[in-house]
Design a protein around this ligand. Structure first.
Ligand code: ASP
Length: 723
């Protein structure tokens, strides 16, 4: 042992990578459970209570959620920092071929010019209450898995309904590791969010998909939005006379930034990770899910990109669908590559064998082995209809016309049930969200492309094996495997359908099943057929979910007991904190990546060709950057991006990166290629998240002067000093 330690220390000194990362996306509650001395040793100068006190809240109240991303409140007037890629949809919504805000970027000259984002919502955390006992208590002793699912579903909906009786609350029950713990999350959800500043695309995503998920990185992936509220500072729908939201807390900017070795804390809402899965489940992700996703998305991207190349209007209409699919497609390839490279499946098996051997000897972990085996069996059972289920889950990513019809018809079908028995997304509390979805999607529709995507999609459904093929598809085609028939069938679905018309869709919304049927709209009729089958399939999925909620907690509790240390739950879009240090890494033998990039690097990468086409004003101003007040003394230039050992994932995009005293030094936006598969486990050697340095944002606002930028710098507390 002693020999190994000596070796490690020498190795660390030689590579000048002095600190190593700490796994963990900690809940605010877990932060309070950590040993304060350990937190201090890592470098945190605030107390855990200053971050989050169960009674009084804390600085983490400034960490908010915007759509699927994270963000941070920065001023008394509801100004918020997040990523350029997180507000890309607002740019796309307001762009036309004549006024392409995606290309030019946007800065509101005054507050009256800020751009509302239809359907963009800001969620501010309020409180977390453990409701594990209530949820568990709602499950009858002799419940089978489907009954179990239903009992949990009903209880969580009741808790939410009760919680939302409180004024302006938005609530949900979050399950941690499928039920080790349940928490009632109370928040305020603001539906009026407006874009204040976004850099041009050639800054915000400099390097494009070539650099995405890579290092070294030179993207200014930051943006500013403002949250608006009603007269009582409460969440209200968008209205011209709303006032900027006045938050209880906001973050302050550190003009000193982050330097190699400094402690940083990444706070946000990581979306989904797979660390609590057992090896069999992980195998399904590695061998089917991610390869399947990479393949499917690539094909849909080809369709959309080709349409965009032919037609400028199509390019703008499809821009944010393309961007998000491309991001996820590359991520999927990164997961597959990372799992293989890190031998993650083999390692998972090894670590599980240890837990199983240990559990077999414990008196109180008798159920562990059985739970573990049953989780594996569920994967086998699901595999028979895997292709079909995968296609149905992905309907939202491609054939949007069908997806819209499914949403309209499903709303009508669910309206017939009591609210508490409906699918969560179709409860009355989501009415506005559903309507916003229809309004927003209108600006993403490109009719020719929708037809091509639907032909492709139905072709895939038709090509499923006999046991998986949906009767709705088979019934509508003489021989569903005959691809020749699909084109005419899709023409038939669109001819006489008003699904692509927003006014018609809004009129259909709230019509009953009968009323919709009477319309004789072929797309709507087809969606009804499909939905009837989807509902039956969902019942099967609920039974699986019920089983998982019974088994996973048993397994995870054993893992936790075996490790005998705090164990963070898998990401589930709840507030988490990762404790990290600014640090480089070695991606491969012989390569040492430095932890920071600078403006000179943009000039160096600039070719004038997309995606390395920096805007002329940025290139011109870069020459004077070393003299700017935002230059870093050690770098001799304005810093652009930095690496840290943060434990992050999708959804951590936009997470504020704070220094030891809780001041903002950057905004997280990505991970390095070798670390994409950290969704399956944290490896301190390569676990690096990528953040934009806040000084790059400040430099952009100051050096590329535009109407409105001075006022913003003032608001950010770093107004331009008098000469
Ligand atoms: N780039 C990511 C995202 O889009 C962040 C990450 O996965 O690390 O959410």
């Amino acid at each position: 042992m002693a020999v190994r330690w000596t070796f490690t220390i020498v190795a660390i000194l030689m590579t000048s990578l002095p600190l190593h990362g700490v796994a963990g996306k900690w809940t605010p509650e877990q932060l309070l459970e950590h040993d304060p001395a350990w937190l201090k040793e890592l470098g945190l100068e605030l107390s855990a209570e200053e971050l989050w006190d169960l009674e009084k809240g804390g600085l983490l109240e400034a960490i908010i959620k915007i759509g699927g991303c994270s963000a941070g409140l920065l001023s008394e007037d509801g100004l918020v920092i997040t990523n350029h890629h997180c507000i890309f949809g607002i740019l796309q919504e307001h762009s036309t071929p004549e006024r392409d805000l995606i290309a030019s970027g946007f800065l509101a000259a005054g507050r009256e010019d800020e751009l509302p984002g239809t359907g963009t919502r800001a969620t501010v955390p309020y409180s977390f209450t453990d409701v594990t006992a209530e949820v568990a208590g709602a499950v009858p002793e002799d419940a089978d898995d489907l009954e179990r699912y239903r009992a949990i579903d009903r209880k969580t909906k009741e808790l939410v309904a009760e919680c939302e009786q409180r004024e302006f609350r938005r609530c949900h029950v979050a399950a941690y590791d499928d039920g080790v713990q349940y928490q009632l999350v109370e928040a305020l959800e603001f539906p009026d969010v407006r874009l204040v500043y976004a850099p041009p695309r050639t800054v915000g995503e400099f390097g494009g998909e070539v650099d995405n998920w890579m290092w070294p990185r030179h993207s200014g992936d930051f943006a500013l939005v403002r949250v608006y509220a009603g007269g009582e500072n409460q969440p209200v729908a968008h209205a011209a006379d709303n006032q900027p939201y006045r938050p209880r807390r906001h973050l302050r900017i550190s003009p000193e930034g982050a330097r190699p070795g400094s402690f940083v804390l990444v706070a946000g809402y990581p979306g989904i990770t797979y660390r609590s899965l057992v090896a069999a489940e992980m195998g399904e992700r590695a061998e089917r899910f991610f390869p399947g996703r990479a393949h499917l998305y690539r094909e849909w991207l080809d369709v959309m990109e080709a349409a965009g190349e032919r037609d400028e209007e199509a390019r703008i209409l499809l821009a944010d669908r393309v961007k998000s699919l491309a991001n996820r497609e590359k991520n999927a390839r990164g997961q597959v590559a990372g799992i293989e490279r890190g031998r993650l499946l083999a390692k998972k098996h090894e670590s599980e064998r240890e837990v199983l051997a240990w559990a077999a000897e414990q008196e109180n972990h008798g159920a562990t082995v059985a739970a573990y085996e049953e989780l594996g069996k569920l994967v086998e059972e699901q595999s028979a209809t895997w292709d079909r289920d995968f296609l149905l889950e992905n309907v939202g990513g491609g054939p949007m016309a069908l997806d819209l019809a499914l949403r309209i018809t499903r709303w009508a079908m669910e309206q017939a049930k009591p609210d508490l028995e409906r699918h969560l997304d179709y409860q009355d509390r989501h009415r506005e969200k559903q309507l916003d979805g229809h309004r927003r999607d209108q600006k993403r529709l490109h009719p020719d492309t929708e037809a091509t995507l639907l032909v492709d999609y139905l072709g895939r459904l038709a090509a499923l094996s006999d046991g998986q093929r949906l009767p709705a598809v088979t019934a509508l085609l003489d021989d569903a495997r005959d691809a020749e028939q699909i084109g005419p069938f899709v023409d038939h679905l669109f001819t006489g359908s008003s699904i692509l018309d927003l006014d018609a869709r809004l009129a259909m919304f709230d019509e009953s099943v009968d009323e919709l049927r009477k319309r004789d709209d072929p797309m709507i009729d087809f969606a009804f057929e499909l939905n009837a089958e989807i509902l039956a399939i969902e019942e099967r999925a609920h039974r699986f979910d019920g089983a998982v909620s019974r088994l996973r907690p048993v397994w995870r509790r054993a893992v936790r007991a075996y490790l005998d240390r705090p164990l963070d739950p898998d990401a589930n879009r709840t507030l988490r904190v990762s404790l990290a240090h600014v640090e480089g890494y070695r991606p491969r033998d012989g390569i040492l990546m430095e932890p920071r990039t600078k403006l000179a690097g943009i000039v160096e990468k600039h070719t004038g060709e997309d995606p390395f086409d920096a805007p002329a004003p940025v290139l011109a101003a870069a020459a004077g950057a070393p003299e700017s007040r935002w230059a870093d003394a050690d770098l001799g230039d304005v810093p652009v991006c930095f690496l840290a050992t943060g434990d992050t994932t999708g959804g951590s995009s936009g997470s504020p990166v704070l220094d030891a005293r809780g001041r903002l030094v950057g905004v997280n936006f990505d991970r390095v290629w070798e670390n994409v598969a950290n969704d399956f486990g944290y490896n301190p050697e390569i676990a690096r998240n990528v953040s934009a340095d806040v000084r790059y944002l400040l430099w952009m606002l100051e050096a590329i002067e535009m109407p409105g930028s001075k006022a913003l710098l003032e608001e950010l507390g770093v107004g331009i000093p008098e000469e």
